[in-house]
Design a protein around this ligand. Structure first.
Ligand code: KG4
Ligand code: ZN
Length: 436
């Protein structure tokens, strides 16, 4: 089903046209520059910027996908969780468009959608629009995919294919835009991290060494259940996914989100906003064992606590007289590396523990923090050790985007889940267990 998807829950306005998990067009307008001055997201500024962008972005992706409203099966929009004023913008737009066009609309849970991001695939890899050729330039030798036009397949067809028996994991090509990867039942740890991204599109991963690569669009769905860690600036939770729609919460942060800990630590160290990517860059040049930072709640089940990490960073920063040090100073790099190592250890250990204690068939790592190379590597190694595949989105799909909203939205629309009534309210909080 072809869906127009809209997202405005925090500080990115995003629109996409998706066909199942196939992304036909997408656009994201980040507000980071507007909020940087304040060192964090200012809700009123966010709402106004969403309002200015949403209409143009929706038109842009429809044009980009070469799709008119008449070709759409429905509209998907983030209904929560997020900032109330920000959520209302895309929801109001979606309701108005649904009313005017007669299209069905559905409200999507943003956090659940993050966990589906590893399974998205670019239309260019799936098939070139209108050209009737096999998946764009990256078709591996001997690729056994059937030919398909973008937009022609349903979500089910997008998964169907010629992959040999053996589950999600037969293929791992070198598609540059491809999503996910790493360690599979074969124990082969695939490359991962922003640079390598050496995986089959859509996240079907692992067992990559055989050279038996198949067309990215022709991969099987993953085996469920999956243990999923969604870590971003607003949320950090561990879930058990029974399928793409059915989630159970295993644990969540009791205070700060993981991304918030990166952002606040960076701010304390005078490194700017947002902090995740800056800390990662500094950490690459630092010694992760330079400062002792304990791993919070390592043995505390599946809940997280990150606020102590930030306090420890502040204490070390003061105790070692780092104020006034030039950017890139060794001490700052060491502190960034020590902080990152602690955060990464906790997240990767809890994800691995969720896999082993639930008997999950694989793991998902998603949300803005999943762009972190050290975390991707640690999770990849942990999953390889357990012999299960890890599914990670490409970095731009770790961050907020509308493609993930479109994929989950199409599954809901097909099943009549959570139709968006004109009276539907935005939800600042929304448990994944609730319907939709
Ligand atoms: O998913 P996202 O774009 O928005 C929310 O829903 O919150 O996540 C943004 C968060 C920010 O806190 C940002 O610092 C963090 O993700 N982040 C990272 C990295 N890139 C973004 N954290 C650690 N390492 C990174 N490379
Ligand atoms: Zn998010």
């Amino acid at each position: 089903m072809i869906v127009l998807a809209l997202e405005s829950s925090c500080d990115e306005t995003a629109a996409a046209v998706t066909d199942g998990r196939v992304v036909l067009a997408e656009a994201v307008r980040s507000q980071v520059d507007l909020h940087r001055l304040y060192g964090g997201v200012v809700p009123e500024i966010a709402s106004r910027a969403h309002l200015e962008a949403v209409d143009a972005l929706a038109s842009e992706v429809l044009r980009g996908a070469g799709v008119t409203l008449g070709r759409l099966g429905g509209i998907a929009v983030t209904q929560g969780p997020g900032l109330m004023g920000a959520l209302l913008v895309a929801m109001g737009f979606a309701k108005g468009l649904a009313l005017a066009s007669g299209l069905p609309a559905t409200g999507v849970n943003h956090v659940k959608a993050h966990a589906l991001a590893p399974f998205l695939v670019e239309a260019a890899l799936y098939a070139r629009p209108g050209a009737g050729v096999t998946a764009g330039g990256t078709e591996p030798e001997g690729g056994a995919g059937t030919e398909r036009e973008a937009g022609a397949g349903t979500e089910r067809e997008a998964w169907a294919g010629t992959e040999p028996e053996g589950g999600a994991g037969a293929a791992a090509g070198t598609a540059p835009e491809a999503g996910a990867v790493s360690g599979g039942r074969s124990g082969t740890a695939g490359g991962d991290g922003p640079e390598a991204r050496a995986a089959s599109a859509g996240g079907a991963s692992s067992g990559a060494s055989s050279g038996a690569r198949s067309r990215p669009g022709a991969l099987r769905p993953p085996r469920f259940p999956l243990a999923a860690l969604v870590a971003s600036g607003g949320h950090t939770s561990l879930f058990l996914m029974e399928d793409f729609l059915t989630f159970r919460t295993l644990g969540r942060t009791l205070d700060d989100a993981a991304g918030e800990a990166f952002d606040k630590s960076a701010k304390l160290m005078g490194l700017g906003y947002p902090g995740g990517a800056v800390i990662e860059r500094m950490a690459e040049r630092g010694d992760p064992s330079a400062y002792r930072i304990s791993r919070p709640m390592m043995k505390g089940g599946f809940d997280f606590s990150f606020s102590g990490l930030k306090t420890r960073v502040a204490d070390l920063y003061r105790a070692h007289g780092m104020d006034g040090l030039p950017d890139g100073a060794k001490e700052l790099c060491d502190l960034a590396a020590s902080f990152q190592a602690a955060a990464v250890d906790v997240m990767s250990a809890k994800l691995a523990s969720a896999v082993s204690s639930t008997g999950a068939e694989g793991a998902v790592l998603a949300g803005g923090v999943a762009a972190n190379g050290a975390l991707r590597r640690a999770a990849s190694e942990a999953c390889a050790g357990l012999g299960v595949p890890l599914y990670v989105p490409k970095p731009s799909w770790c961050a907020d985007n509308a493609a993930m909203i479109g994929f989950l939205g199409s599954l809901q629309l097909e099943r009549g889940i959570n139709p968006l009534a004109l009276s539907a309210e935005a939800k600042t909080r929304w448990n994944v267990e609730c319907p939709a």
